[in-house]
Design a protein around this ligand. Structure first.
Ligand SMILES: [Zn+2]
Length: 256
């Protein structure tokens, strides 16, 4: 369904009861993202909801124009995809809660916003795109009184403790900056701990430098496609130096 978003005129809701349909949820979350986080959202977003996995795979090919090979792979593990002006959601009524549904919508809408900021898809480090999407999703749930960022930090840090292999061999952020490298990582280590780790890395940057730097980082791809230089300019250190820093920070936090 195509939805016209007009986040400037929309009030950002603070009560999840205002978001009971998918349409209300997309509009309300887009308003929170625009007003509270100053994120770019397109005027119009098309939302597709698929009721079963085969339909989701077909939708990825027909609606998002993903290659059949990638669609088969994505539909195997993904439950949502955010593309340019598009959100594709795989609805699993059996095991989804309202909070999980809203988290998924906020996560995928963040990818839509990153694409708006960067002027195209697949720009920016993939682990950072995923970590920021989780950070915005949890912050949105916090605004709706459904979750707390601090609770998610603690859960993610506990996740590091129970998945020691995540940190054992280093982070290899250079390789995991591409969609393919990130996917290989979470296929090996498991989606939940890998996304939690990506969240903690984005959170570490946002806590130290502020959320505006994160937006500025994605926006910098409009004028330069140099991933390394864009990262260094936005966050004042190279990806390699950040990797050393954040690894020490995560090891210390998870050893507590
Ligand atoms: Zn994502």
């Amino acid at each position: 369904m195509p939805l016209w978003l007009d986040p400037i005129s929309l009030a950002a809701p603070s009560d999840p009861r205002a978001l009971s349909t998918t349409e209300e949820a997309v509009r309300g979350i887009a308003a929170i993202m625009a007003r509270r986080f100053g994120l770019a959202v397109p005027d119009r977003v098309t939302v597709y909801v698929y009721g079963e996995r085969r339909a989701f795979e077909q939708g990825l090919i027909q609606d998002a124009r993903v290659s059949p090979i990638l669609a088969a792979k994505l539909s195997d593990f993904a439950i949502g995809v955010g593309a340019r002006g598009q959100v594709l959601l795989y609805d699993q009524p059996r095991d989804r809660t309202e909070r999980e549904w809203l988290r998924l919508i906020a996560h995928e809408l963040t990818h839509v916003s990153q694409i708006e900021l960067a002027g195209g898809e697949g720009r920016g480090e993939q682990w950072l795109a995923e970590g920021m999407a989780e950070w915005v999703a949890y912050s949105t749930l916090e605004r709706l009184g459904l979750d707390a960022l601090e609770r998610r930090r603690l859960a993610a840090t506990a996740g590091l403790r129970s998945h020691p292999t995540l940190l054992q061999n280093g982070l290899d952020l250079e390789a995991r900056g591409t969609p393919r490298g990130f996917t290989a990582w979470h296929m090996r280590e498991g989606a939940l701990p890998t996304y939690q780790l990506a969240f903690l890395m984005a959170d570490y940057l946002i806590e130290r430098l502020g959320f505006d730097r994160m937006k500025g980082y994605f926006a910098s791809f409009k004028s330069s496609s140099d991933r390394r230089a864009n990262f260094e300019r936005a966050f004042n250190e190279t990806i390699a130096d950040f990797e050393t820093d954040v690894l020490a920070h995560l090891k210390a936090a998870s050893a507590l």
